[in-house]
Design a protein around this ligand. Sequence first.
Ligand SMILES: [Ca+2]
Length: 600
Amino acid sequence: MYSHPRTWTQRVQLSRTCSSSMLLSSLFRGKVNMALSPLTGLSVMSLLSVGYLSWDWTSPNQVENEPGAAVPGHQAPHIIFIMTDDLGFNDIGYHNPDIRTPTLDKLAAEGIKLENYYVQPICTPSRSQLLTGRYQIHTGLQHSIIRPRQPNCLPFDQVTLPQRLQEAGYSTHMVGKWHLGFYKRDCLPTRRGFHTYFGSLTGSVDYYTYDSCDGPGMCGYDLHEGEAVAWGHGGKYSTHLYTRRVRKILASHNPSARPLFIFLSFQAVHTPLQSPKEYIYPYRGMGNVLRRKYAGMVSAVDEAVRNVTYALRKYGYYRNSVIIFSTDNGGQPHFGGSNWPLRGRKGTYWEGGVRGVGFVHSPLLRQRRKVSKALVHITDWYPTLVGLAGGNVSWTQGLDGYNVWETISEGKESPRLEILHNIDPLYVQARHGSLHAGFGIWNTAVQASVRMGDWKLLTGEPGYGDWTPPQMLGNFPGGWWDLERHTEPRKSMWLFNISGDPYERYDLAEKRPDVVKQLLARLAFYNRTAVPVRYPAEDPRADPSLNGGAWRPWAGDEEADCWNGVYPRRNKDKKDKKKKFSKMRSFFRKLNTRMMSNRI
Ligand SMILES: [Ca+2]
């Protein structure tokens, strides 16, 4: 068991570390040649000193309504959570007019754009945090993703968001990508809170055939209806297939009888880059073929959201609905995505990996047509949506997320002051990191990142840290090699003032050791609350050829879990890195040839 960050322990810790005004002003000053944004040191300071530190920890911090009665006399709202996969910060029309997303732009413009919104850098972590409201260090999923052959899934001791919504009287449905484990039936979405499920269980499938491969020859069909394999859908593009399913759910449900929760988890715009040609055609002028296809996939999602919104209106849900749109992680620039001008990419703790696209659209918002700069994290949806559903306060205690509805709907200050991006003790250790480099407070060889107010600290090996312009590959080969490179050998620690320097160009670690020490202490604090990592060895019984040609549960429900086993891949990671580099070189050579052609 761990003591939770929002218990008194944290408050005492904060009081000790942050209550002196001298320390606070020093901690949050962060001038160093940059202008501070509206989220200034002062506002954070006032939150800390007036709000956060004086908050009575024995009092409930969430709504106290009884289940099913969010607003007296009104039915709880229908909640439509739309997640896209690997959509980068620069991959939506309102951030980048080269991408055509008129529906998303309009919905966002009429609602609240979340412009200080954070997700996790890869698929499983974001999804696990959305459905549990907890950081990965509190679920054991702090390392990597759940691989198709791993006997691992969302821990059974976690009560999921849809389970809470069911308790509040909701009808709950999931359509699309799961990626939270499926080795036994108890892991499946229908056993984790969804009344119905239609979608793929692994992390990546073909958009038309629904084949998913986990290495050479390890392929299987991956489309499921409830707990059975949904054969016979080959040839239907997944973005269309999933949208049709959502429309069907909306058409067959009575909106005034029971509130609805739909988690529409698009497979798009993850690789493989596949799209019907009509969506790619408008982008035919784009020099970068991968980006052209990718942009087409984004436009297909935009059309899908238009169709879902149309159905919400047609079937009588819209007036009492909350639509949330969110990516699950940053884009992958090598495969068409773009996080420009942010640094890094999917899979890294640079802003390009974790600062996400997100907005809320709802007729129930008190304020609309606004851009919110409030700090919001993907764990916040759990208590926020349980609050909207009128859930019991006890359901949200002990979470890492905060109820941010009033922040979004009324423009109140965010209750969130910090984010633990992650601590991953299994990730390849940074060669030059050490406990000594971390002032004896923290071993900087460990991959970790934390945000506190304006400040963000990264330790260990944070991953690919270049700034990649969106059309970079169009100028290949010169453009690629002239790119601003991230070459900082011997480093194991970085500090940025994100509000003043959102692109992470000015590392202040050496100039501000005082701030560094505070954030290292924060990491050490969080680490004391971590549960062991669950990352078991792959199970040969998962092979689809042993399971009728599909990815499906292979272990008996009565089998004991082997989550205690940890499977360190360090040596393999090194080899993989070398292999990846030579693969990458040959990939770009091929790409150069392909880009000479005009085909889409
Ligand atoms: Ca993803």
